[in-house]
Design a protein around this ligand. Structure first.
Ligand SMILES: [Zn+2]
Length: 133
């Protein structure tokens, strides 16, 4: 990496080099996949505990509470890392940390808002189709 690969804007450093941006995207994608895998494993464990009749009701409740806490901690930990934008979910953009909200969001606010709006329109359309059918 050289100084030409970076750009500084308002105290934030961003990657300019397309090859480095691609590597960052792939790393972020792998971390997201690991997060999703871990979350699915925890959800499966919660389901297994719920169905395990060899455990007492109190023991199942205690184990589910522990697993739900572990899932909440995982989600919180993930959301505090610069893996994807907390608003639009993008993994390609340069992210900046919003201390007040304790989350990472796109530096390109315009593009972020457009992606959020596109997603909202897609969800509205899907809901309308479900209601109409
Ligand atoms: Zn965004």
């Amino acid at each position: 990496m050289s100084p030409q690969d970076l750009r500084c804007n308002q105290g934030h450093w961003f990657l300019k080099n397309p090859r480095l941006r691609k590597i960052r995207y792939k790393l972020r994608s792998m971390l997201l996949a690991l997060f999703e895998l871990k979350e699915v494993e925890l959800l499966q464990k919660i389901g297994q505990v719920s169905r395990d009749k060899s455990l007492s009701h109190d023991k199942r409740t205690e184990m589910r509470r522990h697993l739900r806490k572990e899932r909440e901690d995982l989600i919180l930990s993930f959301s505090q890392r610069p893996i994807n934008c907390a608003m639009c979910g993008d993994r390609e953009e340069d992210l900046i940390y919003q201390q007040d909200d304790n989350m990472w969001v796109c530096h390109n606010r315009e593009g972020c808002h457009q992606r959020v709006e596109q997603y909202a329109q897609k969800v509205r359309k899907m809901l309308k189709e479900r209601i109409d059918n």
